[in-house]
Design a protein around this ligand. Structure first.
Ligand SMILES: Cc1cc2nc3c(=O)[nH]c(=O)nc-3n(C[C@H](O)[C@H](O)[C@H](O)COP(=O)(O)OP(=O)(O)OC[C@H]3O[C@@H](n4cnc5c(N)ncnc54)[C@H](O)[C@@H]3O)c2cc1C
Length: 304
């Protein structure tokens, strides 16, 4: 039998990670990553990369969702344990999650028992940042900085025999004519590719600043966050449902700066190095399914 030919469509964090995992399981397969945008042009590049799934995140069942989250966490912590961790942009980071109004906001049923530390903040810790913080948690979790991770994982993929092709895919059927298996990791791109109206963007904007003295992350109310990375600190943010605006909005920028500086006043001295916008792919439930597509008489498996 001929060797299996697999196409992974998408070169964001999901596509490239899927491609290297497939290489481990199908050693004799030809695996290509096909995408029209790479590295700094992906949504993945915009993210601070903190491992903290939203509490409303859901797959088809609670058990499956939990399994996905646990597997993903183990994937990142396995990298963190290696000498490659810094090159891959993977590290542990600790910090505080505050709310002045809602105790539920500072809890996270998905990761409370998964990460090494997740505990209520003490009375003293609630006064570390200005603000009338009533509820708080302190936790340690993993961070993946995609400006480092994407080139690192792409190089590993190529070193193991994979090929990366630049191409805009118009239909999964046409890809299915060339490959036995098509793995669709196109994020928001799947909206048009699969005619999937359940996929919606949640627009986010962030400011990257130079503030090497910030070693701890802080979350306040209303999508305010400060997350230290390897070479900059990410200030956020916003979550604008169904917005397709990929331009930097100056009013969002003012609001982010003001909210973050009131949470951590030393940020007033931080130099802005970049502002970025990304459209988070949002779908309820998240789709990871296989289906058989009939590519002009040939059957191909497609996974989305
Ligand atoms: C401001 C902001 C902050 C965030 N912070 C975090 C965080 O702290 N932690 C966290 O876990 N997540 C965070 N996220 C979410 C995270 O960035 C996304 O969930 C993640 O990047 C999605 O990865 P992806 O690989 O699915 O998509 P993408 O990175 O968008 O990659 C999609 C790939 O598919 C390709 N593609 C799409 N359509 C086609 C087509 N038709 N033909 C060919 N190629 C195609 C694209 O070119 C691209 O290569 C944040 C997002 C934003 C915007």
């Amino acid at each position: 039998m001929d060797n299996l030919k697999i196409a992974v469509i998408g070169a964001g964090v999901v596509g490239l990670t899927t491609a290297v995992e497939l290489q481990k399981h199908f050693r004799n397969a030809y695996i290509n990553v096909v995408a029209n945008r790479f590295e700094k042009d992906t949504t993945s590049f915009v993210a601070a990369g903190l491992f903290r799934p939203g509490t409303s995140f859901s797959g088809p069942t609670q058990d499956i969702t939990r399994k996905w989250i646990n597997n993903a966490y183990n994937y990142w912590t396995d990298i963190e344990k290696t000498a490659e961790a810094a090159k891959a942009g993977v590290t542990y980071v600790s910090g505080y999650l505050y709310s002045s109004e809602y105790p539920s906001i500072v809890r996270n049923h998905y990761i409370e028992k998964l990460v090494p530390i997740y505990r209520p903040a003490t009375e003293e810790e609630l006064t570390l940042c200005p603000g009338n913080w009533k509820y708080g948690s302190f936790f340690t979790t993993i961070l993946t900085q995609c400006s480092l991770y994407l080139p690192w994982v792409a190089q590993n993929f190529v070193n193991a025999g994979g090929k990366i092709l630049e191409q805009q895919i118009i239909s999964l059927l046409s890809v299915g004519q060339e490959y036995n298996v098509v793995v669709n990791c196109t994020g928001l791109g799947a909206q048009s590719l699969c005619n999937d109206h359940k996929l919606v963007p949640i627009r986010g904007q962030v400011i990257k600043v130079e503030a090497p003295w910030i070693k701890t992350f802080f979350y306040g109310d209303y999508d305010t966050y400060i997350i230290p990375g390897f070479d900059s600190v990410t200030l956020g943010g916003c979550r604008q449902y169904d917005s397709y605006n990929t331009n930097i909005d100056k009013y969002d920028g003012y609001s982010i700066k003001e909210r973050c500086e009131s949470l951590v006043p030393s940020l007033k001295n931080a130099k802005i190095v970049a502002q970025r916008v990304g459209l988070r792919p949002h779908r309820d439930p998240v789709r990871v399914e296989k289906e058989i597509i009939n590519a002009e008489g040939r059957k191909a498996k497609s996974c989305s």
